[in-house]
Design a protein around this ligand. Sequence first.
Ligand SMILES: Cc1cc2nc3c(=O)[nH]c(=O)nc-3n(C[C@H](O)[C@H](O)[C@H](O)COP(=O)(O)O)c2cc1C
Length: 360
Amino acid sequence: MDLFSPVTLGELELANRVVMAPLTRMRSGSAGVPGDIVVDHYAQRAGVGLIITEGTYPTPEGQAFVGQPGIVTDEQVAGWRRVAEAVHARGGRMVLQVMHGGRVTHPDVNGGRRVEAPSAIAIDGAGHTERGKQPYPVPHALSTDEVRDVVAAFVRASERAIEAGLDGVELHGANGYLLHEFLSPAANRREDVYGGSPENRARVVVEVATAVSAAIGAGRVGLRISPEHNIQDALETDPADLRATYGTLLDQLRPLGLAYLSVLHREPAGELVQELRARFGGKLIANSGFSSPTTREEAVRLIEAAHADAVAVGRPVIANPDLVERWQGGHPENVPDPATFYAAGAAGYTDYPTLALSRS
Ligand SMILES: Cc1cc2nc3c(=O)[nH]c(=O)nc-3n(C[C@H](O)[C@H](O)[C@H](O)COP(=O)(O)O)c2cc1C
């Protein structure tokens, strides 16, 4: 297959297989409302086959970053509607990544609210807050009923994303945030139906995917996972447990017919990812993680070898609003500037030049 050929993921019709990976950029202000520069940023990148938005909180408790957008208030929905309209006007497709930050936050980030997690175990480390770096607090262990409230919040957020005109949602089950905390035996020490065995630890993700699919249609729902990522203390160090947990998860998701599974793993072509892909039985978006930015060669190879149906590309899309055109034509790329990844304002956000601008 060719990286630049169209592909259909559920109800999502992509013009090419270069997908903009979800990228937190913290530019939506204290009210979490995407404004003008966010509209411009995404519209500039509409040439990718699919934009996956930055992680967006479904409840105020789930806010993990200062300046992160939400999909809770009417103002937030209206902000996302402007983004969706701008992307659609340029022929793009876009899904909203629904992300509950779990214990990877602090009351100085989420408006003084409680910090929620499967178990009352703090991350060993510090997070960036309004008042500088602060140690992560011991989180509130959600009760069984409160876990069900979280499932309902994912449904509500997904409905609101559709109401805002987005093409679908991606459920964030990766990178050590709430859903991943449930999967990890290190972060989840629960003794109810949501903890203990691999089946129980996978349960909340199955319930969220099932309920969101019932609400907006499975063909508009994707899931991101990052097995063995071992980030933010959501450790998965026992290979047998890892296979059992993700195996049962994907076996149970298979009949739903989700639009896609997105996997962040250092070896997308390796045995683990390919086994999970087979058990899922649907389309795979691959990404090899943070160690080095995705290259054109890597993306081309993954698609040509049929190791994935599409490739999620992060940092190169930050720096190149017209990345598909550059990759297609073999043109040079702008270099991403990590100092502006999480900064404020337009610098390093909407001011990376296109090829046309570089030439003029
Ligand atoms: C600045 C930045 C923000 C990110 N934010 C998110 C996020 O909100 N949700 C998510 O699932 N992954 C997030 N990631 C991970 C990316 O989606 C991607 O997996 C990672 O950048 C590796 O891909 P790359 O080598 O193409 O950059 C982020 C990465 C970076 C660099």
